[in-house]
Design a protein around this ligand. Structure first.
Ligand SMILES: Nc1nc2c(c(=O)[nH]1)N[C@H]1C(S)=C(S)[C@@H](COP(=O)(O)OP(=O)(O)OC[C@H]3O[C@@H](n4cnc5c(=O)[nH]c(N)nc54)[C@H](O)[C@@H]3O)O[C@H]1N2
Ligand SMILES: Nc1nc2c(c(=O)[nH]1)N[C@H]1C(S)=C(S)[C@@H](COP(=O)(O)OP(=O)(O)OC[C@H]3O[C@@H](n4cnc5c(=O)[nH]c(N)nc54)[C@H](O)[C@@H]3O)O[C@H]1N2
Ligand code: SF4
Ligand SMILES: [Mo]
Length: 698
């Protein structure tokens, strides 16, 4: 007899509802839940791999401690006691400590509500995270314009007639900062109502292939395109529509003269998008029910914050911000925005000099420097929670070397990874089906007003712990070892219940738990007038730092593009960052870690499809097979990230057998967004040549 259990898939931001069929503890199948209020039965291949994560033979179940190159298992109590003692000892020496938080932590509401205790116990002032490799420009702009780092607007796709996606690939990523499960069918429905999807991307992506138009753009130059679109929109008049006009501050008046200062032909020449295409996009976006949205491709670049600002401004200028079919601000079951601080934009002193600090983060571009600086500010104690910076942060080899010098490193991870292999202790969480789930950070980004809770699908195996228990029990052990009283911890469920009750929908956790298919509060509603959190409750259209950044961009406009090829990143629907390569069913098929290159560029280098190429950047080089394809623009090459599992000592055997190379052995931590501190991970200048020739030349 098998049983079926409903839960939310925790792997990506889409938050799909799944049906897990169990025979005892054995997973028989994982399918889409057709009754789920948001995903309506959609799942991607990664959902089925949850079974592989749950049953992964390489997954750690007990704490391990490294002595030299050998790992020894120990019981939880001993692990917590030993770590706590070492923390106290290092605290006594005045050692500086820090955290690195990885992406999966954002999908675990319980850990998200508890890890602050551990941070307090350790006394860590600094947090690095995957956010500064990803979406910090969005938070920066949201804070500057709307007064809260997390107050985000998403395309109202179910009612839109026209969406422009700039630098996002939801057909592979399933949406980001836009919880839009079943993206494909939502697009089909839009197209069936006569709507259009346009994709601006240097690569003809999976999303570009289902779109009505692909607009190739040179990596890192979208600022010019966005300025051009905004100029054309404002040329038709810069009076804001009623409803928005009252909300916007007087800095709005600065914008038209600012963008009119740019010559449209020069903007067009810079980004490679013809003037007539820029004009046509502006005209279409000026229509009702139109939206422009930009993601990784326009975030992880030098002008990431400027780009995200221009995108908000285009939606504002067309009147489509906070309007049906445009971009709208979700009002989810759990109103996170009202319950966490506004965040802020400050600075932080680092070995690299003064850097921006958004939401209290130290930009991860400074990670290796802070671990290796030669003064008393060196980070000697590091806690890595669900992260793999050796593969995800720029200049992986340098990051590796920096980790090797720590006095204490503790990793919360279920594998000995490229990163955790440097830890002194690894504390592994239980399997994914043994945890509960709530759509904590993703309700505020969803295409409907929504929330979903799922209980654990399987009872916990004996002797394992959830991430949140590890964090809070270790925190308690440290408080105890410090001789301080152990503070009273609220459990994740208590915290969740309190936050749900305090939200406008006002449901209790017990009530939410009755809704096995999620709670649907209906389509998005205009609400900005009640949500602005700036001091004067106005939308700040043209904050000074962004206007100044625009002038800085203007000065770069005529720089001649380098001779080098421009390296960008791609995602694949069967992968997720660095950590799903241990699933047999996801890695099967042809090698996916290939360098895509345009036929003209391949020919010029004597590279046939499948040939081995040497790719070199300022910081490193890799050898990888090329895939010759017209799907990338001339001058652009593309690699996936999260591979490079050849490093010695990792425990994920399947991943190691499909090692690939790490894109981040080529990316450069010297490049970052000046306003937000975000890393620049696309548009890396590289040379590409045949591997044999490279060898012969040495
Ligand atoms: N060049 C380039 N670099 C990039 C990107 C890019 O586009 N280009 N993308 C960036 C982006 S968007 C992101 S978000 C980052 C991701 O950067 P990271 O978050 O540093 O890396 P992940 O690959 O997500 O690694 C997650 C780790 O957590 C572990 N893990 C998985 N689930 C759990 C869990 O439930 N509990 C615990 N304790 N551990 C778990 C996995 O085994 C893995 O080791 O990479 C960034 N790096
Ligand atoms: N299957 C899968 N899903 C994922 C992930 C994954 O690794 N695999 N990762 C998850 C995470 S952590 C995140 S943050 C999201 C990211 O979600 P997305 O942002 O939707 O995904 P990306 O593939 O990074 O899309 C970035 C696009 O920008 C393009 N691009 C690169 N440079 C430029 C440029 O200069 N200009 C323009 N216009 N485009 C450019 C790239 O070709 C790529 O198509 O995906 C999430 N979902
Ligand atoms: S799109 Fe795939 S990985 Fe993402 S939540 Fe849905 S099933 Fe899971
Ligand atoms: Mo991400």
């Amino acid at each position: 007899m098998t049983t079926i259990h409903k839960r939310t898939c925790h792997i990506c931001e889409a938050n799909c509802g799944v049906l897990v069929e169990l025979d005892g503890r054995r997973v028989v199948s994982i399918k889409g839940n057709p009754d789920h209020v948001l995903s309506r039965g959609h799942v991607c291949p990664k959902a089925t791999a949850i079974a592989d994560l749950q049953d992964d033979p390489d997954r750690l179940r007990r704490p391990v401690k490294r002595v030299g190159d050998t790992w020894h298992e120990l019981d939880w109590e001993t692990a917590f006691r030993e770590i706590a003692a070492r923390v106290v000892e290092l605290q006594g020496e005045g050692a500086r400590s820090a955290f690195y938080r990885g992406n999966p932590g954002a999908h675990d509401y319980a850990l998200s509500t508890q890890s602050g205790y551990l941070q307090r116990a350790v006394g860590a002032r600094g947090t690095f995270s995957a956010s500064t490799l990803d979406q910090i420009p969005h938070h920066y702009v949201q804070y500057q314009m709307y007064g809260h780092v997390s107050l985000a607007a998403v395309p109202d796709i179910d009612r839109s007639q026209m969406i422009v996606i700039v630098g996002g690939n939801p057909m592979a990523s399933n949406g980001s900062l836009w919880t839009v499960p079943d993206f494909r069918n939502r697009v089909k429905a839009m197209q069936a109502r006569g709507g259009r999807l346009v994709v601006v991307d240097p690569r003809r992506t999976e999303t570009a292939k289902v779109a009505d138009q692909w607009v190739p753009v040179r990596p890192g130059t979208d600022t010019a395109l966005l300025l051009g679109i905004l100029q054309c929109v404002l040329a038709e008049g810069n009076t804001l529509r009623p409803g928005l006009a009252e909300l916007v501050d007087s800095s709005w008046e600065r914008l038209k003269p600012l963008v009119d200062g740019f010559d449209l032909d020069r903007l067009s020449a810079h980004c490679g998008v013809p003037v007539q295409t820029i004009r046509a996009l502006a005209a279409e976006l000026r229509g009702e029910k139109a939206a422009i949205y930009g993601r990784m491709g326009v975030s992880v670049c030098e002008f990431g914050a400027l780009n995200q600002w221009l995108i908000q401004l285009i939606n504002l200028a067309t009147g489509n911000l906070d309007r049906e079919g445009g971009t709208m601000f979700p009002q989810p079951l759990l109103d996170l925005v009202a319950q966490v601080g506004r965040g802020g934009v400050k600075t932080v002193e680092t070995a690299r000099g003064t850097l921006p600090s958004v939401m209290g983060e130290i930009p991860t571009i400074a990670f290796a420097d802070e671990l290796t600086r030669d003064d008393d500010q060196r980070i000697r104690m590091l806690f890595v929670i669900a992260g793999n910076p050796v593969l995800s942060a720029p200049h992986g080899e340098r990051t590796e070397a920096a980790l090797a010098g720590l006095d204490l490193m503790v990793a919360m991870d279920m594998h000995v990874t490229e990163t955790s292999r440097h830890a002194h202790y690894i504390l592994p969480p239980c399997g994914p089906l043994e945890k509960d789930h709530f759509s904590f950070f993703f309700g505020p980004l969803a295409v409907r007003n929504f929330g979903a809770y799922s209980p654990p699908t399987l009872p916990m195996e004996q002797g394992v712990k959830a991430d949140w228990e590890i964090a809070s029990e270790l925190a308690a052990a440290i408080f105890e070892a410090r001789g301080k009283g152990v503070p009273n911890f609220e459990t994740p469920r208590e915290r969740l219940d309190a936050m749900l009750r305090a939200s406008p929908a006002g449901m209790t956790l017990a009530e939410v738990e009755q809704h096995h298919d999620g709670v649907d509060l209906g389509p998005l509603q205009p609400c900005l007038g009640n949500r602005l959190l700036t001091d004067d409750r106005k939308l700040h259209a043209a904050p000074d730092p962004l206007v100044e950044e625009c002038h800085r961009f203007a000065a770069t406009l005529d720089a001649t593009p380098a001779d080098a090829l421009s390296l960008i990143r791609r995602r694949h629907v069967r992968s997720n960052n660095s950590w799903l390569h241990n699933s047999q069913r996801l890695v099967k098929g042809p090698d996916r870690c290939t360098l895509m290159i345009h036929p003209d560029d391949a020919r010029a280098r004597g590279l046939a499809d499948g040939a081995l190429a040497r790719v070199a950047s300022r910081v490193g080089e890799v050898e990888v097979a090329v895939e010759v394809t017209e799907d990338v623009m001339p001058g652009v090459v593309s690699l996936p990230h999260g591979w490079g599992h050849h490093r010695a000592g990792v425990s994920w055997q399947t991943a190691a057998a499909h090692a690939g190379v790490s894109l981040n052995d080529l990316t450069d931590p010297e490049r970052y967004c000046r306003l937000s501190g975000n890393a620049v991970l696309n548009g890396t200048p590289v040379t590409v040549e045949r591997a044999e020739e490279a060898v012969a030349a040495e």
